[in-house]
Design a protein. Structure first.
Length: 400
């Protein structure tokens, strides 16, 4: 059976089958189910639990007001500002910040009668009008979307943002009013290192040790020890550790989007990380996932081939608009010495708040680019010049 084969089954098992129960498909399901109450959505997840163990965050200005409104019921925590901390810069921004969790996503979908989630359902083949499970079961639908996570591609050169987080309960109030999205005043290890802090209650805080590193290997126990040491240094006595999470996010250094999409199925829509839709520098995927959910809702009802073309066109436009971020990433990973990568971010956080907001939202203007690049660069000029060509890095990867 090829990807262009179809499943000729009656009746249709669902109007829409979503392959993979992660952030991207969760948002698509939630958006469509609330807008189209008669729509029957089936979500298939190979693991034994949907949505994993994650925290997905966003800056309020990442989303337009209409998107913030429909996402709001899924938000587990929100704050009126955020802070950053470097050796030479400490700053609080009044940009709002919010987080969804695996639990808040699951709770939001559980209340929707027209969404069914099947776990332990490993999909073997994805087709335009259905799927074949690993056990041979066939399911048919009017439309199918594949969002099973990122797959390696020779057309995308990556660095990595890897992290381990521990949610802790402190004996005394921790004193944090807003998230610290970067505390880079810590020792710089394994590339650019910072601590990410989400205050969830007066005595609960998620502490993540994050590294922008060249390799994706994650030394979990070492990072957990570093988190405990950080808490001790901040004067936080831990009553108990409530949960852990970890991840390795892609940071795009170079991307040939046309070749990337030429190797994707042309009649099965792709979404989320599988579609290369994430912020190249921050690794944040929620804003891009919201945009795709809105795209699907605008065009519903629609068959798989037509939706695949629309998402592909959207993704190609996003990739073209993100070229500057990939250039900055090459500067960070290829031009800056690992122990001095924090200086690039320290310099960035001295810039005006609206520019920082547009950067996170993926809406950097030409004026912003000029402002970011003006002045003495925090990396050697000669090494910076070698990073200008995106194609050269892609070609070098293929040679390897």
């Amino acid at each position: 059976m090829t990807e262009r084969d179809t499943i000729d089954l009656e009746p249709i098992d669902a109007d829409l089958i979503l392959v993979g129960a992660g952030l991207a498909n969760g948002l698509i399901a939630y958006r469509l189910a609330r807008r189209f109450p008669a729509l029957q959505i089936l979500m298939l997840e190979g693991a034994e639990a949907a949505f994993g163990n994650h925290t997905w965050s966003f800056h309020a200005t990442d989303l337009d007001p209409q998107a913030r409104d429909w996402v709001a019921p899924l938000v587990a925590h929100s704050w009126s500002g955020q802070a950053v901390r470097f050796v030479s810069v400490q700053r609080r921004l009044d940009t709002g910040y919010g987080s969804l969790t695996s639990e808040s996503m699951a709770c939001g979908l559980e209340g929707l009668a027209n969404v069914t989630i099947r776990t332990g359902a490993k999909v073997e083949t994805v087709l335009p009008d259905g799927v074949v499970l690993a056990n041979g079961e066939r399911l048919a639908a009017s439309c199918v979307i594949d969002a099973r996570g990122q797959a390696p591609s020779p057309h995308m050169v990556l660095g990595f943002q890897k992290f381990v987080g521990i949610e802790v309960e402190t004996l005394e109030p921790h004193g944090l009013a807003v998230p610290t999205i970067m505390d880079a005043s810590v020792d710089q290890l394994d590339g650019y290192r910072f601590i990410y802090l989400l205050p969830l209650s007066p005595n609960r805080v998620l502490i993540e040790d994050t590294r922008y590193a060249d390799g994706g290997a994650l030394a979990v126990e070492s990072l957990k020890d570093a988190i405990r040491h950080y808490a001790q240094r901040r004067g936080w006595a831990i009553r108990r550790e409530l949960r852990e999470e970890q991840g390795v996010l892609p940071i795009a250094l170079a991307f040939n989007a046309q070749r990337f999409w030429a190797e994707k199925p042309q009649d099965v829509p792709q979404a989320g990380m599988r579609a290369g839709l994430f912020h190249p520098t921050t690794g944040y995927s929620l804003p891009e996932a919201v945009r795709v959910a809105d795209l699907v809702a605008r065009h519903w009802p629609i068959a798989s081939p037509a939706l695949a073309r629309k998402i592909k066109a959207h993704a190609l436009a996003r990739a073209k608009a993100q070229g500057f971020y990939r250039l900055l990433n090459r500067m960070l990973f290829k031009a800056a010495e690992p122990g001095k990568r924090h200086l690039v971010l320290q310099r960035f956080y001295k810039l005006p708040q609206p520019l920082i907001e547009r950067f996170y939202a993926g809406r950097t203007t030409l004026g912003d680019i000029a402002r970011i690049l003006t002045g003495r660069p925090p990396v050697p000029v000669g090494r910076a010049l070698t990073c200008l060509s995106e194609a050269a890095l892609l070609n070098s990867k293929r040679v390897q």
